[in-house]
Design a protein around this ligand. Structure first.
Ligand code: FRU
Length: 484
């Protein structure tokens, strides 16, 4: 049976009404999604693929879902691009990337297989290529284009995944996440003149300290404002400074020695301080902006809303810049095209708990600036009614910000709250908050820090309130968002 057709037919029959989905965050029409893949610009459109299991709300044999947009906010679903239908990828088409070439739109992904040797079932991950026209894709003849066999002996064949490709003057390069057989994470570099024949180049980066987990998933390597950045999602990290237990998404800043093909980093930071963020990928837009999108979920906090037929979503695409040695993230500016019902409040005093006319809803871009006040703790409560509520809590004396979904109405065994330092405090605290039905992304002080969190509170709970002990003086700028 044609697995692509089977997946597309299934989606057509089972997809939910679009009104059930987030307004402008990419989510599956049915089934499960994880990492963003193949985030790229091709023939005038932005393409976003994603890890996709259409048949259930659980992770399963991975396909590549596909959607396109002209402005990064309003997305249209395209047919599934890849299904695990070849000998070399029959256990999954794992994460990867895409690039525009003279031949067309090329996808590079990890093909997963299992083979029995010496009485043991081993997993193998190899890199594969597919070529398409922006809508349908064909896997090339000589797959797997990169067989893990060509790597040095001590490199894992089982943990060799998530290729990210880019072009330079002398051809194509790609980085892949890998680890040594004795458990050290590394990113390996390959080169090709034509996207078909690849040679192993070097270990681009590694961890010799043991601090950054066991395997770096979804690496992404690029130059921004004259500096090199490696983004990765390390598994199994131990809490330390900016990092929490388990899977994190981080960026390394450093120098790239082009002759040795070696990246030496000297700084490592967290990309998102919320609960739900993993496996981000960036792309370069024709106007020079570097835009990042992440999976707004994580393996450490697995949410399966009971009533839905779909599970998980992406973040809003975020423009990133490197300013004063840190990545600054802000929602792509195209969001402004879709503003409705805008309203401003200036220098309002909050005493106890209060709300403001027309400041409510579940799909909003709202900026709250806490200008002044003798409060210790300030709260924004949202997705709220008499039963449910989630909150952003700012503790002024400790200079900490917390997101909290303990009363959001979710099932058990999810992480309920996370609290972090406000890293770049200013005179006043500015919180730009993007709400989209089931998610909140908080851009603190002009994007110097971001916290992302999902919650599956019934959408009827749409009140927003502001709360503090003593008094606070705030400005509010609110825009509804409507893309349909
Ligand atoms: C990251 C990841 C990738 C892998 C994919 C499988 O979330 O584990 O390393 O390619 O998900 O779906």
């Amino acid at each position: 049976m044609d697995k692509l057709k089977k997946a597309n037919d299934y989606i057509e029959k089972n997809k939910v009404d679009y009104k059930e989905l987030p307004e402008f965050h990419v989510a599956p029409q049915v089934g499960w999604i994880n990492d963003p893949n193949g985030f790229s610009y091709y023939e005038g459109m932005v393409h976003l693929f994603y890890q996709f299991h259409p048949y259930s709300k659980e992770w399963g044999p991975m396909h590549w879902g596909h959607c396109v947009s002209s402005d990064l906010i309003k997305w249209e679903y395209y047919p599934v691009a890849l299904a695990p239908d070849m000998k070399y990828d029959m256990d999954g088409c794992f994460s990867g990337s895409a690039i525009e070439t003279d031949e067309g739109h090329m996808l590079v992904y990890t093909g997963v297989t299992h083979e029995e040797n010496d009485g043991k079932k081993n997993e193998y991950q190899n890199q594969c290529v597919a070529l398409g026209d922006g809508k349908s894709y064909k896997k090339i003849e000589n797959n797997p284009a990169i067989n893990g066999e060509i790597m040095p002996q001590n490199f894992s064949r089982e943990h060799f995944r998530d290729p990210k490709v880019w072009k330079e003057d002398d051809g194509y390069y790609l980085v892949v996440g890998n680890k040594t057989n004795d458990g050290k994470p590394q990113v390996v570099l390959f080169h090709s003149k034509d996207m078909y024949d690849w040679r192993y180049v070097s270990v681009l980066a590694e961890d010799v300290t043991g601090k950054y987990g066991t395997m770096w998933e979804c690496p992404d390597f690029f130059e921004i404002n004259g500096q090199y950045i490696l983004i990765a999602s390390p598994q199994d990290m131990c809490a330390d400074d900016e990092f929490h237990n388990g899977n994190n998404s981080v960026y390394f800043i450093g120098n790239y020695d082009r002759d040795m093909h070696k990246f030496d980093y000297n700084k490592v930071y967290a990309l998102d301080d919320g609960i739900d963020f993993y496996a981000p990928q960036t792309t370069l837009m024709p106007d020079g902006r570097r835009v990042m999108i992440g999976w707004m979920q994580s393996w450490d906090s697995n949410i399966r809303p009971f009533k839905q037929k779909w599970s998980c979503m992406m973040t809003i695409p975020r423009e990133i810049k490197l300013i004063d040695g840190r990545i600054i993230q802000n929602p792509v500016r195209e969001i402004k095209k879709y503003y409705t019902d805008s309203i401003n409040y200036v220098e309002q005093t909050v005493e106890g708990e209060c709300s403001f006319p027309k400041i409510n809803g579940r799909v909003l871009d709202m900026t709250v600036e806490i200008k002044d006040g003798d409060y210790d703790e300030f709260k924004i409560n949202f997705a709220k009614n008499d039963k449910f509520s989630s909150s952003i809590i700012y503790d002024k004396s400790k200079n900490e910000i917390e997101i909290n979904r303990l009363y959001s109405g979710m099932n058990r065994d999810t992480i309920g709250t996370r609290k972090v330092k406000v890293r770049y405090p200013k005179q006043s605290l500015k919180l730009r908050v993007i709400f989209d039905k089931y998610s909140v992304e908080i851009f603190v002080n002009d994007g110097s820090q971001v916290l992302s969190m999902t919650y599956y509170t019934p959408v009827e709970a749409d009140e927003i309130s502001f709360e503090c002990n003593n008094t606070a003086v705030i400005n509010i700028e609110k825009h509804g968002i409507s893309v349909r």
